[in-house]
Write a protein of this length. Structure first.
Length: 133
């Protein structure tokens, strides 16, 4: 069962992670790091930070860290592929502006990531159904 409290906690973790990541991106590209390299570094770092935040804050996981971490990495890779696919189809094939497509893709990918996190990554958590903060 999807809970609104978990979804809002998931969104809060995502917002904080992405704001911090974007600020770091701006700082390191300002000093001369290539954007593609900066994104690569930040994708890995952001995945680790969001795993910890979602495990502790959103889903209050208490299962095996290694198994959940592996499932999280797989899930985020799938989210990355989904995002690329959306861009490929709607920008490259239909010619829509990438800014608008990515703005919509953020919400689609976030919804998929929430569901995968809840039902696949952290599904073994005994406090899964809790709605209290």
């Amino acid at each position: 069962m999807m809970t609104s409290a978990q979804f809002f906690r998931f969104a809060a973790v995502g917002l904080v992670t992405n704001l911090v990541g974007y600020a770091v991106y701006l700082m390191i590209t300002f000093v001369g790091v290539a954007p593609a390299f900066a994104v690569t570094i930040l994708f890995g770092l952001g995945t680790v930070i969001s795993f910890v935040g979602n495990r502790r804050f959103t889903f209050r996981g208490s299962g095996n860290n290694r198994q959940a971490g592996l499932r999280y990495a797989v899930t985020y890779f799938l989210g990355y592929l989904l995002n690329l696919s959306i861009l490929f189809v709607f920008v490259d094939h239909f010619g829509l502006p990438h800014q608008a497509v990515q703005a919509v893709a953020i919400f689609i990918v976030a919804g998929v990531m929430f569901l995968l996190s809840k039902y696949y990554v952290f599904s073994s958590s005994p406090s899964q159904g809790e709605d209290s903060p």
